[in-house]
Ligand binder design. Structure first.
Ligand code: GSH
Length: 214
């Protein structure tokens, strides 16, 4: 059986964006069942956990054959077993993989910096000084992405793992209006989020946190 390892609880701002959602969505698109293993922050500090995830982060993905960390690597691994995520045709597959890296390396990087300022350090002086530059860097990437997506439904001819990853990265900005005020990006995110597999993944992701609050 496949196992997704996720945090038992996260701060409210992370419910709906914590990265186990990426795995759950990929597994739903691929039609693969999975079990959930929930961990606490304390669990992630133990040597046993570090042998599974050297940096003490979530998510982890375990199959009978392999233990994996890094959400991008995991989504690609799931995609290797499902054409729903990675097309069989070699060039289309390579393009989809390219977009997974673009989402994680080129787009998530500035978005992560802005989120860090807004969600973790907003009261600090350095954050106040840095925020305009950080927002500008995000806007640049969003403008470029919107230009690429203009007139398109997805990043390539059809939905792929690239769109899955890009959507989850753009969702990190949901505490701002940076995406929603850009019609092309807003429609793109909503189009991807309207997929039944995303709905099932998000429901399960949120339900797990809700259960643990009771
Ligand atoms: N690059 C990693 C990032 C993983 C990550 O930042 N996970 C968060 C939860 S969504 C976490 O574990 N944060 C606690 C920490 O980094 O110590 C991935 O994509 O899997």
């Amino acid at each position: 059986m496949n196992t997704v390892v996720a945090f038992r609880q996260v701060p409210p701002f992370a419910e709906g964006i914590a990265r186990d959602l990426r795995l759950r969505w990929a597994l739903e698109e691929a039609g693969l069942p999975y079990e959930l293993e929930q961990v606490s922050l304390e669990d992630t500090r133990t040597p046993a956990y570090r042998r599974r995830q050297p940096f003490g982060q979530t998510p982890i993905f375990e199959t009978p054959d392999v233990t994996l960390f890094e959400s991008g690597a995991i989504v690609l691994h799931i995609g290797a077993h499902s054409e729903a995520l990675l097309p069989a045709e070699p060039a289309a597959r390579a393009r989809a993989i390219t977009w997974v890296f673009a989402a994680l390396n080129t787009v998530e990087n500035p978005i992560g910096q802005l989120a860090q300022i807004d969600l973790a350090n907003s009261t600090e002086e350095w954050a106040r000084l840095r925020r305009p530059g950080a927002e500008q860097a995000v806007r640049k990437r969003l403008d470029e992405l919107a230009t690429w997506l203009d007139g398109k439904e997805f990043l390539e001819e059809r939905f792929t793992a690239g769109d899955l990853m890009m959507t989850t990265v753009l969702r990190i900005l949901r505490h701002t209006d940076l995406v929603t005020r850009m019609p092309v990006l807003d429609a793109y995110v909503k189009r991807c989020e309207a997929r039944p597999a995303f709905g099932r993944a998000l429901d399960a992701h949120l339900a797990a946190f809700a259960r643990n609050r009771q």
